[in-house]
Design a protein around this ligand. Structure first.
Ligand code: JFZ
Length: 472
């Protein structure tokens, strides 16, 4: 049978699409993406051999900014040297995964994406096609431990999987000028390489990850270059088909490719555009920044570190404040995107104290205001001086706006540029208290009092009898 680009999602009506060899319909895609869109908030985890090195090499800090998960490339070490230093330091404690899962749950995350393999090529699962993996080195299947813990908290699980692989002796790193490699510029130490053999290995390891761990909800690929990407570099379409054959409802990002049709305008973490043909993936991945106007018309997720490194570094103390992290979450949701916020656990799996504190602060805010983030859509206003807005459609044509107030009005009156505000009902999310509303031409004024309930962001719910009409 010819495998279509989209394997039917398994509902009878969807099998028709597959049997007709058709692509997934918009309704089918919306049904598959629904949980992800409603989730809005996930926890990213970067953890591997680099975590034990912690940004230190030969007793000296490699730096105090930037990704220390790249330490092997930053010190230009070959895999043998890197492994010899890093493996003895990588000592996952029992129960590390349960701590992660509980932290994600407490923070209000709905999914967890963990690095099954980063660029160094070390696999966290017990791989039968590699000896550079947790099974061979530790006698443990760390992915199994993580998947079980995440599911036990009722969260969705995703794998970040790097197609770049600095350890594999058939990976032809000279094929790209843009992709990094610790040996770049030097001849292959083992003579001629056959990249097709590496791609076979890549597919075999991905097949292990989508075959042995139950339902996988997200495949977070990373990353391609303009000069080496897609089917040529990774047999990308075959890889996506292989994954979808096992998990028809899985959600995948766009990073197997680096072309305009896949949402890329060049290299660099902000070289993204709101253009995505679903055959290249399901969502766009702005990294370390929030697109100023969101990415209308496509699914997107901003991934971000809490300091400046994805993998743990004992030298990076540039932690973002709770205010910044919570307002990022709100800003992203107000533009219709997801927030994938990273923790970089230490070599034993414990999360840095600063990360725990930040995730707990976010969780405390979400406990009160989560309704204003989960399952919301981008707000209708282009710009609000005092904060952000998310919205929901309610039954029988009614709608609800969530006003996230960052700067509380000193005069106690919050002005909203709503043209059809007559009869609107306002209440404070924190207390449920109703608030008086005056509607005049082209705006409403809500008597909110002079004391903000939350110094970071206070939410007011506005119920309308129809869709909002924004004053021009
Ligand atoms: C990639 C990884 O290199 C990084 O370590 C981390 O895992 C992040 C989430 O994903 O970051 C990138 C990807 C692409 C570019 C730069 C950093 N690029 O195209 O310049």
């Amino acid at each position: 049978m010819v495998m279509t680009r989209r394997v039917a999602i398994g509902l009878p009506v969807l099998l028709l699409a597959d049997s007709l060899g058709g692509a997934e319909t918009a309704d089918q895609r919306n049904a598959r993406m629904r949980w992800w869109r409603e989730a809005r908030f996930g926890m990213f985890v970067h953890w591997g051999l680099y975590s034990g090195l912690a940004g230190t090499w030969e007793g000296k800090p490699v730096g105090d900014r930037g990704g220390m998960e790249w330490i092997q490339d930053r010190v230009k070490a070959d895999t043998e040297t890197y492994a010899k230093r890093a493996i003895p330091l990588f000592q996952p404690k029992p129960g590390f995964a349960r701590e992660w899962a509980r932290l994600a749950k407490e923070a209000g995350c709905r999914y967890v994406v963990v690095t099954s393999k980063h660029h160094d090529g070390f696999a966290l699962h017990d791989s039968k096609v590699s000896d550079f993996d947790a099974g061979s080195v530790l006698g443990r299947d760390l992915i199994r431990e993580i998947v079980d813990a995440v599911r036990a908290e009722g969260l969705r699980i995703g794998f970040y999987h790097s197609v770049i692989d600095w350890h594999h002796d058939q990976y032809e790193y000279a094929r790209s000028k843009q992709l990094p490699h610790p040996l770049k510029g030097r001849p292959y130490p083992n003579g001629a390489r056959d990249h097709a053999k590496y791609v076979e290995y890549l597919h075999a390891q991905v097949n292990e990850l989508v075959s042995g761990y139950g339902p996988v909800d997200i495949l977070w690929w990373d990353y391609s270059a303009q000069d080496f990407q897609g089917q040529e570099a990774w047999r990308a379409f075959d890889l996506m088909d292989r994954v979808r054959a096992k998990h028809p409802a899985i959600v995948m990002n766009n990073r197997l490719f680096r072309i305009p049709e896949a949402g890329f305008t060049g290299m660099g973490t902000d070289a993204v555009s709101a253009r995505l043909d679903p055959k290249y993936g399901d969502f766009i991945t702005p990294e370390q920044h929030i697109p100023a106007t969101g990415m209308p018309g496509v699914d997107w997720e901003t991934c971000m570190t809490m300091n400046t490194t994805w993998g743990y570094s004992e030298h990076d103390h540039a932690w973002k404040s709770d205010e910044t992290l919570i307002r990022n979450l709100i800003d992203i949701a107000s533009k219709g995107g997801n927030y994938l916020l990273n923790i970089g656990p230490k070599s034993d799996g414990s999360a840095p104290a600063e990360s725990v504190k930040a995730m707990q602060a976010i969780g405390a805010w979400m406990k009160v205001n989560g309704e204003a983030v989960y399952a919301t859509a981008a707000g209708p206003f282009e710009k609000l001086d005092w904060g952000r807005c998310t919205q929901k459609q309610l039954r029988n044509g009614k709608s609800r706006l969530y006003l996230h107030v960052f700067d509380w009005p000193k005069d106690g009156r919050l002005v909203v540029p709503l043209a059809n505000g007559a009869g609107v009902r306002a209440r404070l999310m924190a207390s449920g208290k109703s608030l008086p509303v005056q509607a005049t031409a082209g705006q409403i004024s809500i008597a909110v009092g002079v004391q903000a309930p939350d110094r970071i962001a206070s939410v007011i719910a506005l119920d309308l009898d129809g869709p909002p009409s924004v004053a021009r």
